[in-house]
Design a binder for this molecule. Sequence first.
Ligand code: HEM
Length: 128
Amino acid sequence: MEGFSNLCGKVAAVLFIIANVYFPAKQIARRFTVWTKETADFFRVYLVLHGVLNTIAFCALILHGHYAEEHNYVLQASFILTVFLILQGLIMQYKLAPGVQRQMRILHTQQALFFVWVALIIIGHAIA
Ligand code: HEM
């Protein structure tokens, strides 16, 4: 099943990248371009894609981790953080917990959290 795990890992990686380029792309557009109605519309559609692709990538990630032969604490930490990000995203997008929408948004959109997530994935795979 190692081959299947690797395939799922590649699918998850590609989908996570496409889904989360949303964040740096929006930062760059805000800083270096004029924020037109077209730009706002583009990022509104991209935000929907961000949610859908991250959720599909997460399913591939579960299979990747389940069938992988090697594990370590850094990869396990990155998985737990991914679960938190996905849950926060789903709660926000579908307003599953109206009382904590604001807190979820603050947590989910932390730049530091995003960079810690990326760092854990890279370091975890480098030492595996
Ligand atoms: C590992 C998975 C995920 C990561 C790393 C991630 C990361 C991020 C980041 C960094 C932002 C901030 C973008 C900005 O400031 O413009 C953001 C925004 C957002 N994400 Fe995610 N996200 C993930 C999964 C999801 C999922 C699964 C959903 C929904 C189903 C989702 C829904 C949203 C929404 C609605 C926003 C906009 C929040 C707002 O500005 O009001 N995210 N995400």
